[in-house]
Ligand binder design. Sequence first.
Ligand code: AMP
Ligand code: MG
Length: 326
Amino acid sequence: MICLGIESTAHTFGIGIVSDKGHILANVSSIYVPERGGIHPREAAQHHAAVAKKTLERALAKAKVRINEVNLVSFAAGPGLGPALRTGATAARAISSFFNIPLLAVNHCVSHVEIGRLATGAKDPVTLYVSGGNTQVIAFEAGRYRVFGETLDIPVGNCLDVFAREVGLPSPGGPQVERLARKGKHYIALPYVVKGMDLSFSGLMTEAVRKHRAGGDLYDLCHSLQETAFAALVEVTERAVAHTEKKEVMLTGGVAANKRLREMLRLMAGEHEARFFVPSMGLCQDNGPMIAWTGILAYKHGVRQRLEDTVVNQRWRVDEVNIPWR
Ligand code: AMP
Ligand code: MG
């Protein structure tokens, strides 16, 4: 069985082609880069519509698969930006109905965890999913992926990106902050906000920008921003590990590229005698294969949807999805 998965929740239009043996035959994407400022939903959607056909052709060519060999089409129906989601949904529906292939809408966050499990061999991890649009600590309990902690305001990737933009660093900000943080020498106290199991990064971001405007050293501020934000992420992940007694920790999402965050999580996992996993970056970032693979898991476990069931949902939470394959 071969599934073609479409990812379009934010800036990435991705197509993945995956077999039910878990072989990733193609992982092709095109990323919308705003000329300046943050991501504009309508412009992202226009980008996705413009590249859809070419990306599909590239994916089929890469996989050496003809469209009539595809047995299932899946797409990310949320959470994400409405216009971007609808573009992916439209592409998926068009392929499904024109070629008469079954269609499944899958959840973006579930898909990040599932491709991570496939790629790393982790069986039952506590997952820290950190990206430009999401920040959640997720673990499987009682038939669903449960959220053990999440941001109450902005995602951590967005915190790094907006800080970088405000202090004049190029986009995307995360890698720039990481680069400058290596030269930071002094820790500057910044707001550390953990509320119960939840996190908050907007006050941290605002205060870091304010301290820069007040003449604070940029290297020290990048270092301090990372240390503060990542310590909060590790604290919440650690409590989820302690609570669930799971023996695996997985890091995914675009912010997983950060070496300091990896190091901090690896240390924490070690203290709990848990194994630590990070998928390759191509599968941490938003990607088509994660959507295709989740489609396969769902389909093989009896999930079926009619066309009218495949509506997008900007706020579709990971813990609303039944997981019959686990
Ligand atoms: P995604 O939303 O999953 O596509 O990931 C994009 C986010 O990851 C953006 O917020 C980037 O700034 C962030 N990011 C990418 N590389 C790094 C890095 N090395 N350190 C921190 N954040 C990063
Ligand atoms: Mg994502």
